[in-house]
Write a protein that binds this ligand. Sequence first.
Ligand code: GDP
Length: 471
Amino acid sequence: PTLERETARRKVENTARELWYYINAKMNDLSTMALESSSVKNLVQEMQKSLAGYQSVMVDDFHSLQLVDGDEDWRISESRKLGDLVQKRLHFLQNPAECRKARVVVCDLKKGCGFGCQVHHAAYCLLVAYATERTLVLDSEGWRYAGGGGWESMFQPLSDTCTDASGQSVHWAASSQGSSPVRVVHLPIVDALHPRPDFLPLAIPEDLAPQLKTFHGDPPVWWIGQLLRYLMRPQKHLQEDFDQSAKKMGFQKPIVGVHIRRTDKVGVEAAFHSLEEYMRHVEDYYQQLEHRTGPVTRRVYLATDDPGVLKEAREKYGNYNFVSDNDISRTASLGSRYSQSSLRGIILDMHFLSSTDYLVCTFSSQVCRVAYELMQTLHGDASTFFRSLDDSFYFGGQNAHNMRAVENHKASRHEELSMQVGDLLGIAGNHWDGFSQGTNRRSGQSGLYPSYKVVNDIVAVKMPLYVDVKE
Ligand code: GDP
């Protein structure tokens, strides 16, 4: 398969998906309107039913198209090969022959935030390390998690040979973007990084771009997933914990991952969403799957910080098998959020969420974004295996994320913006109803635009080639 063919296939599938979001939203509007005529009401009902049929067959058709000629095997093999190459490069970078002489970049894990946020902080540090060819030294001493055990209490050390960050050091601001000859560079958190390099997410390495853009629908997510894969290589005891927990819980495919983030997030950084809102998408997923395969056991891996949700789910959805580690849900709700046991809880939840077939969650939560990123390392192209109830995908602290207009658009309501083919649009979010919110970089106008009229503008940036590392 060529880049041109795969891009065209994904684009038509995306157009169809956006068309469906649009129709679905409008039909819902219609059905809740106080319609006077009962014949119109009946027509709306009949259309909703028929459209669901069209939609279901169309999704199946796209699925078949994706599998044709063994293309799916090809995607899996491409993702594996390229992923293994990235892992080898990171291993090479992290294990210099002579640590004393190796240039390093130091990050500390004292960022005062949740585990997902800290993992993303570490991913950003590893990215800077990769792009500046400096070995990353992660200082997890005094880490709020792990009760003093540090990162290595759960994950393999980032380096077998090089953890020494002594000697002359400078801060990033004075390091000429890391190219300074000084051995040690200290990194601040991403929001405080000045100057800001062009290689920050959502950029991808230029040398990987042609291959990556061909097999994957959202290359930046795949790339971030590879950084996390290196960082989160489990210690032996953690891998055993994964395996045993999976057995104990009955974690089996097919399975949908649902992450329900409540407690301190609600009303502050995200809106409340009822269990029903999540389950609607789980129902859609299984209806679609069963249309293809016949009846299956409907499993849901449920992760949440809200202790009441699992019980509610089991009571309300008797036809589902809710898989969850009770210990995990208990530790999530304990006051001691940063204890060793809560660390285990969130790591297992992230691991199992990423191992599902499909994710239903809020991308405003870093927990679910980590799961979605890791999920990419386990498939050929899992870029469409999710449904977010709020944000579209982003990386906290990312450089401007732009879409490119591929159709002209003339605003037809005052909330809309106008655009011309080629315009760049800063995206603020997809509303999942056919429209996205954004700002036209050319005209400065902000507003809604039809999501199907743009494509992702992927930024590929020159990064080191690691020529000594062979595929
Ligand atoms: P965000 O605040 O949701 O964007 O993500 P963070 O990871 O930065 O902070 C949320 C923290 O809440 C996590 O690190 C966990 O400690 C806890 N938490 C949230 N959701 C879950 C969950 O599904 N399971 C468990 N075990 N803990 C969770």
